[in-house]
Ligand binder design. Structure first.
Ligand SMILES: Nc1ncnc2c1ncn2[C@@H]1O[C@H](COP(=O)(O)OP(=O)(O)O)[C@@H](O)[C@H]1O
Ligand SMILES: [Mg+2]
Length: 291
């Protein structure tokens, strides 16, 4: 337990507020050398966890941003065709056998390493590998990840199996736009990152904006909490709370009042329908409820 508290304190010192459950699962991730899957709504701090862990471990962060159509090549490696062609041209005169030629140009020197391969071939120390928004990738890609997640190795047809020199610390995130496979979940520890309770969100705001007025921050966080209970298209995450606070300070607001609040709604709400819904509900009424 002491180690878990120490980990939480270290993250706190690096600017990230961690609650006990998250600190525990981070500790287990490191102890068991098991990947961690973080799920939650957008803007709740999932990606930032990987950044903080890299800072905590004083190691590199290697990030793979997932998207629809992402395939093994873009994630793992590509052959450097230009370099290969050039080598073939240069070797033309050398009278090398075709097999020798081939063996040469399908060697490591001709490989362009993409994030996953970079992560398992890191020379000095284990990096943090962030596989961000894995729910955006296709199911085939998810299946392709399984070998890496369970055995920390990858198979390249022309080169055979490459084992990790150092097991990377693997963090996957998902905004839960679709359900991930059981096979993937089974290989990972799991944590649902929820919207923070009031006190913690206030603390996060103060961490990011140490000079903010406490009363302004308090009322702003309460307001955002109200917004999250409304049926909006895009409920604001912590990212939006921070952006809004920053916007109000930039506008010179010293108190959480009109007209600053109405004018800066675009920092916290990201669709026309949501802004209209809030205006129809009445900004004044919402403001009143934060007093
Ligand atoms: N617990 C926290 N402590 C400090 N900052 C946080 C915390 N949670 C979220 N943030 C901040 O909120 C913002 C959004 O976080 P991010 O990791 O991008 O969210 P997600 O990946 O879940 O969409 C970042 O600026 C991050 O620093
Ligand atoms: Mg993210």
């Amino acid at each position: 337990m002491q180690e878990i508290h120490a980990l939480a304190r270290a993250c706190d010192a690096l600017g990230y507020v961690v609650e006990d459950e998250l600190a525990t699962v981070l500790y287990l991730m490191l102890r068991l050398e098991k990947p961690l899957l973080l799920e939650g709504n957008p803007g709740v701090g999932k990606t930032e966890v990987a950044q903080i862990m890299a800072a905590y471990l004083e190691t590199d962060l290697i990030r793979l941003q997932c998207y629809e159509g992402l395939d093994a090549h873009a994630a793992l490696y590509e052959w450097n065709y230009q370099k290969q062609l050039l080598a073939i041209k240069i070797n033309e005169q050398s009278g090398l056998h075709a097999e020798e030629q081939e063996a040469r140009i399908f060697g490591e020197a001709y490989l362009l390493k993409r994030p996953l391969l970079q992560a398992i071939t890191a020379p000095d120390r284990a990096p943090v590998l962030l596989i961000d928004e894995v729910d955006r990738a296709d199911e085939e890609f998810e299946a392709f990840l399984l070998e890496l997640l369970s055995a920390y190795q990858i198979s390249i047809p022309e080169m055979g199996t490459i084992r990790a020199t150092h097991k990377p610390v693997v963090i996957l995130t998902s905004n839960r736009t679709r359900e991930l496979s059981d096979a993937l979940k089974r290989r990972c520890l799991y944590h649902w990152v929820d919207y923070p309770p009031f006190e913690r969100e206030l603390k996060i705001i103060h961490k990011h904006l140490p000079d903010i007025d406490d009363e302004l921050a308090t009322r702003l966080v309460r307001f955002v909490e109200q917004l999250r209970t409304m049926r909006l298209d895009k409920a604001p995450g912590i990212a939006e709370t921070i952006d809004w606070a920053r916007s109000l300070l930039a506008l010179g607001a010293t108190r959480f009042e009109e007209p600053y609040v109405s004018r800066s709604l675009g920092a916290v709400l990201k669709s026309d329908a949501d802004i209209r819904a809030v205006r129809e509900h009445g900004v004044e009424a919402l403001l009143e409820s934060t007093r």
